[in-house]
Design a protein around this ligand. Sequence first.
Ligand code: SAH
Length: 510
Amino acid sequence: MDPPQPGSPRGGTVYLVGAGPGDPGLITLRGAELLQSADLILYDNLTSADVLALARPDAERLYVGKKRAKHTYTQGEINDLMIKAARTGRSVVRLKGGDPYVFGRGGEEARAMADSGVPFEVVPGVTSALGVAAYAGMPLTHRDHTRVVTMLTGHDIDSIDWKLMAGRQTLVVFMGLMSFKAIARRLIDAGLDRATPSAAVRWVTRGDQQVVPGTLGDLPAKVAAMGLKPPALVVIGEIVRLRERIDWFAKLPLRGQSVVVTRAASQSRPFCEQLRRLGANVIAIPTIEFEEPLDWGPADAAIGNLSDYAFVVFTSVNGVDRFLARLDASEHDLRDLPSRICAIGPATENRLQQLHLRVDVLPEEFVAESLVEALEALEMNGSRVLLPRAQDARELLPAKLAELGATVDVVPVYRTVLPESSRELAREAWRADRAPDWVTVTSSSTVRNLAELVPIDDLRRSKLASIGPVTSGTARELGLRVLAEASPFTTDGLAKALCAAVQSAFASDA
Ligand code: SAH
């Protein structure tokens, strides 16, 4: 048996892990490490999907929250579940929004573990109170304004000494949105100035963070007018005023834009992360996923005769990975491949370089047409070309290479299918009263499947951003208008095109 990896969870242990306030970059290293290797993960409404996505794909995930639940678990049941799972040798992560020991009943859960004798550990997290400070520009302390910070819960307002609270400086109210009108009343009655700057902030640190600023006196009405819903924190104190100068998050180029990413889940994380760091509210709705080709025969035949090929052309990262995995499973290896290697774009080239393979031919523009031009310069007549790629891909490349006199073996190494689980995500995103601002499409198959997932009239309510002319062409054939197109034809180019389109829309609004 392999020795356990350092840092990986011990079976039979319960980990109370702070998930941080929402931005998946804000979980601790230890928390992420445990999440990536736990057998069972218990989570609730405060756990954002982006954090949960860090978990091992095959880990069991159990929702123990109260919203939209088929079965609501009592605290006692949650404790029992954890104890039982640990006793069967599983490693259990109990993910808690923010920090487990800040208004999260983490203390009760730890106590239950201790009483049961099940080993447990606690991993702190960035509490939402610190998340709001950083991402809404309200430092909780400041030499000129605040030397005392108080965190309080608005859950049971009769149990709080409001006279004491009114004498404090920065107040951070948890679970106090619904009762905020009464809280403000009590603070004012206890002597706190109604002009004290205050702000309610929903879903702190996430792409859909919403800030409602005001004063203690007018914030309740503003919250009601905005229809702001929990979870939200209310911050009260002079430091709220600093927002206007130091709210860096509000100034990010894609701030306020909801952006759908349609790439396959297995490949979308870097692009999602890039958009998130530009301030977007990223909604991942994978419209494709990859499966085995229907027939491995042609690929296997090619692998058996690798020395016949003068060129091998890779048109996607996935093509590289799938072809080489099949090669690994055969009795051959890369030493049998004498061919020159061509890649269609920088991502494919990168992937090959990571595998220590030099790319001999990379087109100027990252489309098949440009690759054909690059190959034209080489002697193709009579050459045998291997093209490992998706089943049902464009015919252009093999046809053009044949025109140059090459013999092309097109071998499917994967096929793209529509993930059924995305239907629900799409329904959530396009509702009668809302639609995402942008949808990004990164290949013809992502657009085609998108049009199967979402009615075309709904799709037209969002703006479409495409990775390049071929994908844009497919979108237009489906009756969609493309409002931003990448150049170069990469995800970096796409992120830049989105920023430019958003900036110019702001400029023309102004
Ligand atoms: N342990 C958590 C708090 C849990 S109590 C922490 O450390 O943050 C639940 C309350 O926390 C919510 O009602 C809300 O007031 C606040 N909260 C937690 N996460 C939040 C978030 N991402 N955005 C806004 N408020 C949040």
